[in-house]
Design a protein around this ligand. Sequence first.
Ligand code: 5AD
Ligand code: SF4
Length: 462
Amino acid sequence: MSGKTVHIKSFGCQMNKLDTTLVNSALKDSGFALTDRVKEADVVLINTCSVREHAEQRVISHLGHLQHIKKSRPDIVVGVIGCMAQRLGNKLLQHDAVDIVCGPAQIPQLTKLITQTLKQNQETISVTEKIRKGTDESQALALEDFESAYGTHDKQIPGQAYVRIMRGCDNFCSYCIVPYVRGPEVSRPPEAIIEQIKKLAEAGIKQVTLIGQKANSYKYKSGDKTYCLADLLRTACDIEGIEWIRFVTSYPSEKFFEEILQAMADLPKVCNYLHMPAQSGSDKILRAMNRHYTAAQYLEMLYKARDIVSEIAIAGDFIVGFPGETDNDFEATVDLVKKARYKNCFIFKYSPRHDTIADKRLADDIPLEVKKKRNIDLLAIQEEISGQLSAEYLDKKVKVLVEGLSKKPHLDSAQSNGNPQLIGRTETDYIVVFNGSQSLSGQFAQVKITKTSPLTLFARLM
Ligand code: 5AD
Ligand code: SF4
């Protein structure tokens, strides 16, 4: 649709970021121009997240803003894609600002939906009717084709790209909306993944991040062989041009665990980094969350990981204020965090999600003030640990992949020599700030760490 301009705003996780990249490429391919400014756009798309109430509220407030803009520009077309589109369907279409609702499994049809709406000025919706039944075969093929055709590099972060290895989730952690909006767990064929990484390497990509809700349970049966994540990592390492490979997120499970860590230890290209959420340190709460491990088993897995990969950095997620979480349960979480010695943790206040098992069966009985306090307390404990771990980097020489200009100025960075502040990441996912030429973006650089803080290392170029 030449001459029309699209703006996409993306909320949420890496899955959404990747979907935004795919949609961007598909739209460009059909003749749309992309813009960073809502003001210049004929079509505004919002890629949405449903994982917590707060994420949905942000989208609703954004839609309110667009409704206001529509008063003076009634021709503007607004589309909602992503998890909220699947979760709320028709309810979203009733919002005055919304013209198109398109679920995550329907993004291959999005260009067509937009073109129709622009031409005929009518509202359209395309979501999966019975999400737990999954997509039908033709839709599954359409998704695969779409991913292979548009799974390219969008230059958001030079030199890096995400590659989806699986869709959906079958775990049904009791608090989580993902299985209800992203559907059943499906691993992509290994050949398609490897083909895509080869194409990315040819386009100059140096780091790929393999993504899945439970990337470590990737499993694909082909003939007599069952491929797991370790097989993918080994094959991807043979691709010339790809220098670093990561994967997120890992579910704490013994299955494939040692093979994957052994691959990390054996293969220099596989980054020594594991994001493995524990969610809680209390066995009672873990059971209520429908997580299939105890705190002791979880810690055993971390110790094993450190045994096999000595330099590994581990990150975690926790939910505080889950229904029934007593002070003692929270203390068990504090205890786990102290023992786990994470590089960093993402800590969330429990947010009831409609239709999930926790929401149906358990009252959200922890007062907001208590959730907030537990969140702050846990962050403070983690910050101390992060500070100790990052301090070990002082005076070390490390290799970083440069992401680009640092968005906020850091007074603590080394002397500038007229160069701007850049941000890079170590193999272990530490953020490093240093002064250097912007032309280093997308390249590897050697730096020496001159100062550390809990979440950021400061360095000078060597
Ligand atoms: N409330 C709070 N946090 C949640 N998460 C997932 N669902 C919820 C919820 N209902 C968190 C988990 C998960 C991360 C992506 O989001 O910690 O690992
Ligand atoms: Fe949600 Fe659990 Fe699946 Fe992660 S593993 S996406 S928390 S249901």
